[in-house]
Design a protein around this ligand. Structure first.
Ligand code: NCD
Length: 370
């Protein structure tokens, strides 16, 4: 049984196969469904707001001939009565064939996968990862630039709390692209993400203070909004908002072939005057979400297979240490039946990461917060 919890759940070759299947799905969308998932049920468990992720998964399942059940408002589910993720996972396993979950806690999708009897797809877990978003970000880049390696990619905006840039940076690093970070102070890429990029995927990250300094060199510019709802009290939204805004003047300095992406929703990072620019790809990117999610749904339901020769990522090595995850918004620090677990990212220098959220371990009695 296959889950999609982190981007490393797919190897590079598998990602390329997913692109091919997504192209086939585009034909299905235009020619009418062959009902690949006839009789199957998808359950969408959305504990956080969503427009694109939930609706595009639902659209994907319906276009595949399947059905959808679920909730978009956790207040209307038993979570309001204190039900754990583990119990929800066990119960929903009996009602559906695949679960798509979005949750405010990092690692929540892994917990559901650990307790569920059916495949689980992560639709975004806190500030951790958003692997299916990453797959259609990559699909968009590949479709329009012909490759996802050896590119210069600027990641701009809230790189600390934005989950899309975390899974995207890992994938880009694995394919050998260069990552340039442009972020407001206090919202830079977290240390544990940089360490993973450098020690696991052997990619150095570079930084720019202003978009103006780098935009002319980029093949891809990936803008993101400030994750206002995740900002801690000591960061004032007004001090970080509107720091990086793409307008016509900046776009005039970008390459003719550069593509401008955004996972959406945008707030004010991209002015509306850019929407007609040929390099503005964010609405096309979001449309591609349906075909990529059709491909992923068909794969996890085992109605379409990726070749077994497609290779897999090395599995992680777990260690037992008397430590706890430093992240106050990690699921392991909220659901009491879970135990703290860490994986080895690097032996030299030694680096451990929480298996749920990727953050570092601290002493059990430490009151350190990220
Ligand atoms: C993103 C998310 O939820 O992480 N949205 C999406 O799924 N397209 C980006 C965001 O909320 O900023």
């Amino acid at each position: 049984m296959r889950d999609i919890i982190i981007i490393d759940d797919f190897s590079n070759q598998e990602i390329e196969h997913i692109f091919q299947i997504a192209d086939d799905m585009a034909n299905i969308i235009s020619s009418g469904s062959p009902r690949l998932c006839n009789g199957k049920i998808m359950s969408t468990l959305f504990y956080e707001p969503s427009t694109r992720t939930r609706l595009s998964f639902e659209s994907a399942m319906i276009r595949l001939g399947g059905n959808v059940i679920g909730f978009a408002e956790p207040g209307s589910s038993s979570v309001a009565k204190g039900e754990t993720l583990a119990d929800t996972a066990r119960v929903v396993s009996e009602y559906a064939d695949v679960i798509v979950i979005r949750h405010p806690y990092a690692g929540a999708a892994k917990v559901v996968a650990d307790y569920s009897e059916i495949p689980v797809i992560n639709g975004g877990d806190g500030s951790h990862q958003h692997p299916t978003q990453t797959l259609y970000d990559l699909y968009t880049i590949n479709k329009h630039l012909g490759r996802i390696g050896e590119l210069k990619v600027g990641l701009c905006g809230d790189l600390r709390f934005g989950r899309t840039v975390h899974s995207l940076s890992y994938a880009l690093a694995r394919f050998g692209s260069e990552i340039i970070c442009i972020a407001p102070e206090d919202l830079e890429l977290p240390e544990h993400v940089i360490q993973r990029l450098e020690l696991k995927y052997k990619r150095k990250v570079s930084y720019a203070e202003k978009l103006d300094d780098v935009i002319g060199d980029l093949d891809v510019l990936y803008m993101t909004r400030i994750q206002k709802e995740r900002l801690p009290e000591d960061i004032d939204y007004r001090s970080v908002a509107s720091r990086f805004v793409i307008n016509k003047a900046l776009m005039s300095k970008a390459k003719k072939q550069m593509i401008l992406l955004h996972p959406l929703p945008r707030v004010d990072e991209i002015t509306y005057e850019i929407d007609d620019d040929q390099r503005a790809f964010y609405f096309r990117q979001s449309a591609y979400g349906v075909r990529v999610r059709m491909a992923l749904t068909a794969i996890v339901l085992d109605v379409l297979k990726i070749p077994t020769t497609a290779g897999s990522m090395p599995s992680s090595r777990l260690v037992t240490v008397k430590k706890r995850c430093v992240n106050p918004r990690c699921v392991v620090n909220h659901e009491s039946y879970l135990t703290q677990k860490f994986e080895v990212i690097s032996d030299l220098p030694p680096l451990l990461a929480c298996v749920y959220c990727g953050e570092k371990p601290v002493d059990e009695d430490s009151d350190t917060n990220v």
